[in-house]
Design a protein. Structure first.
Length: 407
């Protein structure tokens, strides 16, 4: 394999799930691997793959042995933040304790469920605006017209980005998380676009941060701008991380929720409240998690479930497989919206546990409530599902909705 080829391979999904069908349904492969080779080295991608729940938790919680300290670790390529010179911008997701605490500590409070709760009515308002636009003939693409715009607007508002720049942000974040197909030309093209987007976005954030150095607004850019412990690069990295991590992940939680509910024939039960919506959302997270894998690097020679992993090796933790481990979940291949407890690892585990988990949960809850409030019936066309390449989700989900009859 030439160097170019191996660079392409490392960015690809494993061969077994590279096809469209495999991307949509990697779960059979996970089951086989959990059974036959729960910790396995993939020569092609030069990475260790970890499939069982306990092993996944061990890797994520043992940050001395498995470091996140590498730009590309983290939520795959989705949150790597390099500036145009190729330097890794330090963000919380790519550093270990104690440095991690400095980069996360200043914002932790803002994302606690108690702080985020205040935002409920604003999310409901935005949901209402988006669903109102759908009402016309009722035909719409759930992804494009609802699941994509809602999280972008929410995170842009929390950051304090002027609304006229939202479209631009969507384009930038799409370029930053784009995945090449398996040719060197595509890798080069995607990398070029990524660098351009990073540069433009970095410059834009740098300007906003500078303007808000003496500000007293309660937006997150002002918070970062006025936090003394951060360097300029770290402030920019923080803004970029939040925008990326909070965006397409939530888009896919919304999409996967509608996909699961319809597939399982649960739309009505969820709409009427017969099935608890919040609980059902947790099951969507377990069953079809937007983030199927995260990466770490072995910081030392380490034993994992009888395997010797050498210092410097890449370790891919399959969250989507851990979530279906029969040692932890009864009937793991069944979608059970009432499942409790539901100890899924879709938001990760350990110090890097998702900062935005309360926000993502709130957004999903309010968005689905709003959707079911406005529409009596939502029909989903699942005849031609096409997987995303970046995260686990769909490129589109054509729907037809019937508005509630006014009494
Ligand atoms: C359904 C939606 C989401 C999913 C499935 C998800 C998933 C994850 C996962 C698996 C991690 C851990 C990564 C690792 O261990 O390497 C993570 C970290 C993170 N997420 Fe999320 N996320 C979601 C939504 C959000 C939102 C809405 C935000 C922000 C507003 C956000 C911000 C972050 C940040 C900042 C981190 C890094 C935390 C740290 O390193 O300490 N996420 N997320």
């Amino acid at each position: 394999m030439s160097t170019d080829d191996s660079a392409v391979e490392m960015r690809q999904p494993p061969e077994a799930i590279r096809s469209r069908e495999g991307q949509l349904d990697p779960f059979e492969w996970y089951a086989k691997m959990r059974q036959e080779a729960p910790v396995h080295f993939d020569e092609q991608r030069q990475t260790w793959d970890v499939f069982r729940y306990d092993d996944a938790k061990r890797v994520l919680n043992d940050h001395d042995a498995f470091t996140a300290d590498r730009g590309q670790a983290a939520v795959d390529s989705a949150t790597s933040t390099e500036d145009d010179g190729g330097t890794i911008l330090e963000t919380m997701i790519g550093v270990d304790p104690p440095e991690h605490e400095r980069l996360r500590g200043f914002v932790n409070e803002r994302f606690q469920p108690g702080s985020i709760r205040d935002y409920r009515s604003r999310i409901a308002e935005l949901t209402d605006e988006l669903t109102a636009q759908i009402e016309g003939d009722g035909q719409f693409d759930f992804v494009d017209e609802f699941a994509v715009p809602l999280p972008v607007i929410v995170i842009a508002e929390l950051l304090g980005i002027p609304s006229e720049r939202r479209e631009q942000f969507k384009d930038w974040s799409d370029s930053l998380i784009a995945r090449p197909d398996n040719t060197s030309a595509s890798v080069e093209r995607v990398q070029r676009q990524r660098e351009q987007a990073r540069k433009e976005m970095g410059e834009y954030f740098a300007e906003l941060l500078e303007d808000r150095r003496t500000g007293d607004g309660d937006d997150l850019i002002t918070l970062a701008a006025t936090t003394e412990e951060l360097s300029t690069e770290e402030r920019i990295g923080f803004c970029m991380l939040l925008l990326l991590a909070g965006n397409i992940t939530t888009t896919n939680l919304l999409t996967n929720a509608v996909w699961c509910f319809e597939e399982q024939g649960l739309m009505d039960a969820i709409r009427t409240g017969e099935i608890d919506r919040k609980n059902a959302i947790e099951e969507v997270l377990r069953y079809r998690s937007p983030v199927q894998s995260v990466r770490r690097i072995a910081a030392e020679d380490v034993e994992l479930n009888g395997h010797h992993i050498q210092s410097g090796a890449i370790v891919t933790v399959w969250l989507g497989s851990a979530n279906r481990d029969p040692e932890v979940f009864d009937a793991p291949e069944s979608f059970r919206p009432e499942r409790k407890p539901n100890r899924h690892v879709s938001f990760g585990s350990g110090v890097h546990y998702c900062l935005g988990a309360p926000l993502a949960r709130l957004e999903a809850d309010v968005a689905l409530e709003g959707l079911f409030d406005r529409f009596d019936r939502i029909e989903v066309d699942r005849t031609d599902l096409r997987p995303l390449r970046s995260l686990y989700g769909l490129r589109s989900l054509p729907c037809e909705a019937t508005p509630k009859t006014q009494s």
